[in-house]
Design a protein around this ligand. Structure first.
Ligand SMILES: [Zn+2]
Length: 299
């Protein structure tokens, strides 16, 4: 029988302090797997306490999240509601859980562990590798269709997908459904994000985005518009945040320009519009959907 393990699908990792668009996108897929599970599903919860910022994790990642007793610590209800038998819920205080043998014993009636959850490359792969250490002869599969991914410093989620896949494969852990997992996130067209257009709250700026998107769709396999032309899309009245996110310059929504980016970083979501070589990075406020800042990366 297969044993499904769902890693850290908690509110703070979906749309809370460390929300992840890929993990949110994966919820229906994970829910379906939970409904069809052959054994009681095991959920893990990342678990921190009020002293989070004083811990080593908190010093390296100063964004309080998954604090025990807060709503952000809870597993998203769509997944708990999908269970057909009482699940096993494990609170773990760091990325990996070291007690798998206490949960599964010899695991005689388990043929395969299937892992989904968020966020790669942190907790799903940490636990896959710990399971490999505990059960050297069991098949272990990480299903990327049920996982969230974190971009690298260049905003490249494809890199995360490929790097984690390589590490897992070398640990003799199977990775499935990885081929298309990024597409739904990275090829979103601006026209499919009306709430962002709406949030931009400026007809002129929306027109610039539309024009740019049209240029993209027309030219994406050719040389794109030249830099002067791109510069003409940039409203000279907007201010910049220099080099804050990923070492790039961002054009800032005027209502955010007085804020220190570091103080609002944890409330920002990020979307990419375009293809691999040409894209706009858009940061938006997860609470209001308002576009906070954006940059263009045009080769
Ligand atoms: Zn944590």
């Amino acid at each position: 029988m297969k044993q499904l393990i769902v890693i850290d699908m908690q509110k703070d990792f979906i749309d809370g302090a460390l929300g992840n668009a890929g993990a949110k996108h994966a919820i229906p897929y994970v829910a379906e797997a939970i409904k069809n599970a052959e054994r009681p599903v095991v959920f893990t919860r990342d678990t921190h306490f009020e002293n989070y910022v004083e811990t080593l994790e908190g010093k390296k990642l100063p964004v309080p999240h998954c604090i025990e007793g807060t709503p952000g610590h809870e597993i998203v209800p769509e997944l708990l509601n999908a269970t057909t038998t009482t699940p096993i819920i494990i609170d773990k205080i760091t990325f990996g859980y070291t007690g798998w043998k206490e949960i599964f014993g010899l695991a005689d009636d388990i043929d395969e562990f299937v892992i989904m959850g968020t966020v790669n490359p942190i907790c799903p792969i940490a636990n896959a590798i710990l399971l490999r250490a505990a059960y050297p002869n069991k098949k272990i599969t990480v299903d990327y269709a049920g996982c969230g991914f974190m971009a690298d410093g260049n905003g490249d989620e494809t890199f995360c997908r490929d790097a984690t896949k390589y590490v897992l494969t070398m640990q003799q852990i199977d990775v499935i459904n990885w081929e298309n997992v990024m597409l739904d996130i990275n090829t979103v067209k601006l026209s499919e994000l009306p709430e962002l257009k709406e949030a931009f709250n400026s007809d002129a700026r929306n027109q610039k985005f539309s024009d740019l998107e049209n240029q993209w769709n027309t030219n994406k396999n050719n040389e794109l518009v030249d830099e002067d032309e791109i510069a003409s899309y940039v409203d000279s009245n907007q201010s910049y945040w220099e080099d804050y996110f990923y070492g790039e310059s961002y054009w800032v929504n005027p209502s955010y320009e007085d804020k220190d980016p570091s103080t609002i970083h944890s409330q920002l979501g990020c979307r990419y519009v375009g293809d691999e070589n040409h894209y706009i990075t858009i940061f938006y406020d997860k609470a209001t959907n308002e576009v906070v800042c954006w940059s263009m990366d045009i080769d």
